[in-house]
Write a protein that binds this ligand. Structure first.
Ligand code: NAI
Ligand code: MG
Length: 356
């Protein structure tokens, strides 16, 4: 079996961290007898420099021909003055749109070894935190009708939040399916005491839950969810929510982890389109080129690819366990090194994970 992976390193630390993720995938392939074929293509500022287009047609073709896409990060001060069509970020938006991903998966994992280095008190982290946030990505407030009107008193602006039954159904069903591979608990987050879309969300979620008698469902209001994520994160397994709430809660979740450099993500969606895997962080121009970026977010994104794109659960776990081992024992990049511990570089960490 050969899996074709489009690798889009992008800008800044993007190429530095994707190189290590590819190194780990190669080690998995060698150990498990799986062939990964990597096709590299430019995106973002690198693509603007090379072709004038942040998402050139060759890159789009490479992506659509692949079984999965691994992205680094795009952007940087060099391209901040470009017109919108030549901005690196517009390349990323076009990629995400082309992939048709309606679900964004953001795992929030806090290893017990990192307790005390993030903002949470060690007793809150307890035996570790392992939450999977599933955010609806192509509907709701960010896609509804919007506008600005002139009024005698000044301006009037509006945004509308719209959801349909099928839009809710598919993402909630995905959340329930994902829960089956985990601790079988879904918490659906909404604001049904105020919003009509949330009341529909709740009705549809109840109906989907009927298909999953083996998975426990709880509803939670979004304001309470924000509080519970900080006070009692251990009670969450899979959290599913609409676009805007998911945007905010996933960044809150990211803050719980201590370093942006640790966090992976996956964007899954339409059948027949390749899923997209990328670390949550950006191109980090402040540390780019110094070989000190934390590659674990990119490596954990590769682990998600093994699980969700290829169904290689055992191999995904092996990578995640290797990452956990490193969090506990080092080597550590500067962003997560315990006080007084020696610091390592991006490549040292990548090699150490690959070896394990
Ligand atoms: P950023 O995520 O690049 O960096 C924020 C802070 O976190 C920086 O201090 C950086 O050094 C640190 N950091 C990030 N990743 C790290 C890693 N792997 N290891 C160690 N430290 C890490 O966000 P920022 O600075 O707001 O944006 C920089 C550029 O990245 C901008 O051009 C922005 O548009 C772009 N960006 C791209 C994203 C993407 O490609 N998905 C997402 C976010 C920002
Ligand atoms: Mg955001």
């Amino acid at each position: 079996m050969t899996y074709r992976i489009a690798v889009l390193p992008g800008d800044g630390i993007g190429p530095e961290v994707t190189r290590e993720a590819v190194r780990v995938l190669e080690a998995v392939g060698a150990a498990a007898g799986i062939r990964f074929e990597f096709v590299e293509a430019p995106i973002g500022g690198a693509a603007v420099d090379a072709t004038g287009d942040p998402f050139p047609p060759e890159t789009e073709q490479a992506c659509l021909a692949a079984d999965a896409i691994l992205l680094g990060a795009v952007g940087g001060p060099r391209w901040d003055r470009e017109p919108v069509a030549r901005r690196p970020e517009s390349g990323l938006l076009r990629l995400r749109k082309g992939v048709g991903a309606y679900a964004n998966l953001r795992p929030v994992r806090v290893h017990p070894a990192l307790a005390g280095r993030g903002p949470l008190r060690p007793e809150v982290v307890g035996g570790g935190i392992d939450i999977l946030i599933v955010r609806e990505l192509t509907g709701g407030l960010y896609y509804g009708e919007r506008g600005v009107q002139q009024e005698p008193f000044g301006e009037r602006a509006y945004d509308t939040m719209v959801y349909t039954t099928p839009e809710i159904e598919r993402v909630v069903r995905m959340a329930f399916q994902l829960a089956r591979g985990r601790r079988r608990r879904v918490i659906s987050v909404d604001k049904s005491n105020v919003l009509e879309t949330s009341r529909l969300w709740r009705r549809v979620t109840e109906a989907v839950a009927e298909e999953f008698g083996d998975v426990e469902l709880e509803h939670m209001l979004v304001d309470n969810a924000a509080m519970q994520l900080v006070r009692n994160p251990g009670r969450f397994d899979v959290l599913v929510t609409e676009n805007t709430f998911g945007d905010i809660l996933s960044d809150l979740g990211a803050a719980l982890c201590g370093s942006l450099g640790l966090l992976p993500s996956a964007s899954l969606g339409l059948p027949g389109r390749p899923p997209l895997f990328e670390p949550v962080h950006g191109s980090a121009p402040d540390i780019a080129g110094r070989g000190i970026a934390n590659p674990l977010g990119a490596i954990a994104s590769a682990a998600m690819m093994l699980r969700y794109a290829f169904g290689l659960e055992r191999e995904a776990r092996a990578v995640e366990e290797a990452v956990d081992d490193l969090l506990a024992a080092g080597p550590w990049t500067p962003d997560i090194a315990p006080p007084g511990a020696p610091v390592a570089g991006t490549e040292d960490v990548g090699r150490a994970v690959a070896r394990r």
